[in-house]
Write a protein that binds this ligand. Structure first.
Ligand code: ARG
Length: 372
């Protein structure tokens, strides 16, 4: 009895999951053909998609749909100030890959392509999607490249150590990739080859002592812990990158007290008066740190935006989107840069509201396997 009741419930559950997927697919295919008129009549494609979903519980995007979906997910990212270039995203269709070894190998290739000798290219690598009853592999860890001594990566460091990784004893040691094939499987770890991880040693344009702090940062911020959702299909392994804006590193990664917490160190180097908050030593240290980051990336020939330029570009993006009749959902608290906010134009206005239901989208997940 109990067994049968459970079956009935799960049957209903499956039916509603199918209906939701069909709905999402329908909306996406119509959006795709709407924005890509050359792709023809959506009805034929929709019949195909419906038949596949009814037979297999899922369907396969065409390469064009996948590329469009990934680009629109970027366009929809309410926290991203760099959306002007959403159309230029290089989409690597790696949906045939689901084995951790292959995912690791192609993630390394991703870093090489994106790093491009310093001329950073926005790239996304899309690995196998989840299928009904068969979740796909996940990359554990929030970015492809992270440092072992960054407090934000404590969990990944602990897991890597548990799996047998011996590194992480020096400053700025690059953590290994962690890839997990299924929730019941142990993750595998993969050391990133040194030549795949472009890094920039930090120097200051006017203070020669700054270099002796031994600071550096990596060039390619490749987010790897978000699920790309397109038309009801979830791609949980889909690392993507743009280029850095200086403040991400200079203000947040190196300045935050729960990250590298370097404002006191920088203040000491510049002999700032730290006896009172009102000397604004933190503010001055932030400026020096941000200046060093921008200067160093420039010297190294690695693409990096400054917050003034990127703010202006974002407003251009909004104008452009408005000409296409599209809203630009935007989270003010993420768009305003964490340095001199009010000195940038993005501070002084309001935006279209954030819509959590908007798709395609990059979705946060509570843990790598939540929802499976
Ligand atoms: N804020 C993150 C970091 O500092 C990176 C997020 C993505 N950033 C980007 N410019 N695409 O590492």
């Amino acid at each position: 009895m109990l067994f049968q009741r459970q079956r009935a419930v799960s049957g209903r559950h499956r039916a509603s999951a199918l209906a939701t997927r069909l709905d999402a697919a329908d909306t996406f295919i119509r959006q795709f053909t709407g924005e890509n008129p050359e792709s023809g009549d959506p009805e034929r494609r929709l019949r195909e998609v419906r038949a596949a979903v009814e037979a297999h519980g899922t369907y396969e995007h065409t390469p064009e749909e996948l590329a469009f979906g990934a680009r629109v997910a970027w366009r929809n990212a309410a926290r991203c100030i760099g959306r002007l270039y959403w159309r230029s995203l290089m989409v690597r269709d790696l949906r045939h890959l689901r084995h951790p070894d292959d995912i690791a190998e192609q993630s390394v290739e991703h870093l090489r392509l994106a790093g491009n000798g310093g001329r950073i290219r926005p790239v996304i690598s899309v690995f196998a999607p989840d299928r009904p009853g068969r979740p796909a592999a996940r990359l554990l860890g929030e970015q492809l490249v992270r440092y072992a001594d960054d407090p934000r990566s404590a969990q990944r460091l602990a897991l890597a150590r548990e799996l047998g990784w011996k590194g992480g004893k020096e400053d700025f040691d690059v953590l290994p990739l962690l890839v997990q094939a299924a929730p019941e499987r142990s993750p595998e770890y993969y050391e990133l080859p040194e030549d795949a991880v472009l890094q920039v040693p930090l120097t200051h344009p006017h203070h020669p002592g700054f270099a002796r702090l031994g600071l550096r940062w990596y060039a390619v911020p490749a987010v790897s812990d978000m699920t790309l959702e397109i038309g009801g299909i979830s791609y949980p392994a889909a690392p993507f990158n743009g280029w850095y804006m200086g403040t991400e590193i200079g203000s947040r990664n190196l300045g935050d007290t729960d990250r590298y917490d370097l404002l006191p160190t920088v203040a000491a180097l510049f002999a700032l008066d730290t006896s009172s908050d009102r000397s604004l030593w933190r503010d001055r240290a932030l400026v020096e740190l941000n200046l060093a980051v921008l200067h160093s990336f420039e010297e190294a020939g690695v693409t990096m935006a400054d917050h003034h330029t990127e703010s202006a570009r974002f407003l251009t993006h909004i104008e452009r989107e408005q000409r296409h009749g599209r809203p630009v959902p935007t989270d003010w608290s993420w768009i305003v840069p964490p340095l001199s906010g009010s000195a940038t134009p993005v501070f002084h206005r309001t935006y279209d509201p954030v819509d959590e239901t908007l798709r395609p989208a990059f979705l946060h997940r509570a843990d790598p396997w939540s929802g499976c």
